[in-house]
Design a protein around this ligand. Structure first.
Ligand code: BES
Ligand code: ZN
Length: 443
């Protein structure tokens, strides 16, 4: 084990699950680890308290003769459930061949730790960097970054920069450098259908009163037509269509339909008609059920009409859909579809808009040169279906574009059991950071 890997493993061992209040202390300890790491490297770290988890900022000396690069990452991770499906303990990094198994290995600790180590190596070698660097690491990305946009607003001057760089997206295949120039946005809600005031005997009352679980199923079914088109009135009104050059470029990538089937293990594809799987995943909006429940879930049968049932929905958005507007339209649609015999309660969750930048800008080209240098191969340009809500806020508040240079591999299983990151990509990430800062330093 190299000293770099030993240190990375130490970072991975913090169970920094942001959504689970039982892990509040672990999230903080993880931030403290970063503070100590930055101090050892000779950067000046600051820990900023928020109403939620802390934000860590670290920078080198700001000089006016070089550009300033903001490197964003998140040290919080997703929950590990279902824990029984992990082959190794989720917070004990385990090296098997080239793969390091651990929650957060790829999303996102490994990817931003590689940037940290790249900066450390450059400082060791040259005593200085080609750019002013500001690391901005938050502990709430996986819960929608509720405190980061206000933090950017409040610290606009100290965070002023020329460009932002983030490694929190994917590569289309091992060894294929990939620049992401667009992300989908997100908007979440939860709804509950309330029926009778108490659970009922389904024989005594069944047939005469509404079953909230049935109504939830009907509401969920009302979201799509049989061709996968979303039926919420107004949902597509502000959607910006894919450009012909994008469809052409993505069509030239290895078969996305086949890759989608292989990666997911799904028996077949299902989605909006008229689009390939890559177009559906990267460039079209969706309505998804993330959770659904109500009634008896235990062993055997129980003849009951549950008094309520629920579902959690999330919408993935593309430019120029406004998340707040989509949540309003979705709530209205659900209310309109819910029969008068039940009461519908809708609770809105977190949201964030889609992001698209011009990959052919000067900084975009510099990023592609860096990718080429680090991977010795021609970079591909893609969009991604996942969301990093703060990226558009960085554009709106700090006025800069973000270069999304991802290191996640298609089989890395982020958010799922047995998440992994390869040692190869960890090392490539360090090389990428060095090449990137050199290229950006020339701008
Ligand atoms: N790193 C992901 C986003 C991502 C994954 C982008 C793969 C591109 C490819 C990020 O940590 C994430 O999971 N974001 C959440 C955001 C949400 C919780 C607000 C997402 O996309 O679900
Ligand atoms: Zn994530």
């Amino acid at each position: 084990m190299t000293p770099e890997l030993t240190e990375f493993f130490e970072f991975l061992r913090f169970p920094s699950i942001s959504t689970d209040s039982r892990h509040k202390g672990d999230v903080r300890n993880c931030a403290d680890f970063l503070m100590q790491k930055f101090t050892r490297m000779g950067l000046k770290p600051e820990l900023h308290e928020t109403p939620g988890h802390p934000i860590v900022v670290a920078r080198n000396e700001k000089r006016d003769d070089r550009p300033t690069v903001l490197i964003y990452g998140h040290y919080d991770v997703q929950p590990v459930d279902p824990v029984e499906e992990w082959d190794t303990p989720p917070f004990e990094p385990t090296l098997v061949g080239d793969k390091i198994f651990c929650r957060g290995a790829t999303d996102n600790k490994g990817q931003h730790f590689a940037h940290i180590l790249g900066v450390e190596a450059a400082l060791k070698e040259h005593g200085d960097l080609p750019v002013n660097v500001i690391f901005l690491l938050e502990g709430e990305e996986e819960i929608g970054s509720p405190n980061l946009a206000p933090f950017l607003e409040a610290h606009k001057e100290e965070l002023a920069c020329d460009v932002c760089a983030v490694s929190d997206t994917g590569m289309i295949a091992p060894g294929v450098p990939t620049m992401t120039y667009g992300l989908r946005g997100i908007a979440c809600l939860e709804f509950t259908v309330h029926g009778p005031t108490l659970d009922l005997h389904s024989g005594v009352y069944g047939g005469a009163v509404p079953n909230p679980a049935t109504i939830v199923a009907r509401l969920v079914a009302s979201l799509h037509d049989e061709n996968g088109k979303i039926l919420i009135p107004g949902f597509y009104d502000s959607v910006v269509d894919l450009e012909p050059w994008e469809r052409e470029m993505w069509a030239s990538l290895p078969d996305g339909d086949a890759a989608t089937l292989a990666e997911t293990g799904s028996k077949g594809l299902w989605g909006e008609g008229g689009y390939t799987a890559l177009e559906q995943r990267w460039g079209r909006p969706t309505a998804e059920v993330n959770g659904i429940g109500g009634g008896y879930q235990g062993e055997g049968s129980k003849t009951v009409i549950p008094r309520s049932a629920m579902a959690k929905l999330s919408f993935r958005l593309v430019a120029d859909q406004d998340p707040a507007e989509i949540l309003r339209l979705a709530s209205e649609h659900l209310q309109a579809q819910c029969p008068d015999s039940c009461r519908l309660e809708v609770e809105l969750g977190h949201d964030g808009p889609a992001y698209v930048m011009d990959p052919h800008s000067d900084y975009g080209k510099a990023a592609q040169s860096a990718l080429k240098k680090a991977f010795q191969s021609e970079p591909r340009l893609i969009r991604e279906g996942g969301s990093i809500p703060i990226i558009q806020a960085i554009k709106d508040i700090l006025g800069v574009d973000t270069l999304l240079l991802g290191l996640a591999l298609p089989d890395c299983q982020i958010h799922a059991p047995n998440e992994s990151f390869t040692v190869t990509n960890f090392e490539a990430g360090i090389a990428l950071n060095r090449a990137l800062l050199e290229e950006l330093g020339k701008q």
